[in-house]
Design a binder for this molecule. Structure first.
Ligand code: PNS
Length: 159
């Protein structure tokens, strides 16, 4: 079995779709590290620490999950940590185009294989962008993000 599979992303914030992807990946690999990108900070609503806290809280009940971060190129993190498998969720054809390019890049630059996990139909329409917008505009985010992070997310947004 491959060691150290990672699920990289912004997780700004972690969504119900992300958690389901983690759950499915753990069924296959027996564990997973969620790896948050730091250097997109400027365009993120939440800080790296807040995003890591929320990702950890949302996946606490899934055995074998850990949370880490990287800055710079993902391919450098992959090489430094001897990662052989990247997990990504592909929700639709737009995701597929982008994810296929990314998977090729990481195969060429770091020798890693990307495994695509199809979405749970309940969550296929959900994105972090959507969750952020609904949260910032004061809407109900219960169907978008894990229940474990709603309090923290709402209090960060309300200052
Ligand atoms: O959750 P996202 O925003 O789709 O995650 C994208 C992410 C963070 C995995 C990707 O943008 C990334 O790896 N960024 C780090 C910089 C990098 O390696 N860029 C080259 C691949 S696009």
């Amino acid at each position: 079995m491959p060691t150290n599979p990672i699920f990289p992303g912004s997780f700004d914030p972690v969504t119900l779709g992300h958690v389901e992807t983690v759950r499915q990946a753990c069924r296959v690999f027996g564990g997973l590290t969620i790896v948050l990108a730091q250097n997109l900070e400027k365009s993120n609503l939440f800080t790296l620490e807040q995003r890591m806290d929320m990702a950890a809280a949302a996946t606490r009940d899934i055995p074998g999950v850990s949370v880490d971060w990287f800055s710079g190129l993902l391919s450098d993190y992959i090489k430094q940590n001897n990662i052989s498998v990247i997990v990504r969720s592909v929700r639709n054809s737009m995701d597929f185009e982008y994810e296929t390019q990314m998977s090729r890049l990481h195969a060429d630059m770091a020798g890693a294989v990307t495994v695509f996990i199809p979405p749970d139909p309940r969550y296929a329409h959900i994105s972090s962008t959507m969750a952020r917008q609904v949260a910032v505009l004061g809407g109900d985010i219960t169907g978008l993000v894990p229940p474990e992070i709603i309090k923290q997310l709402t209090s960060i947004i309300n200052g």
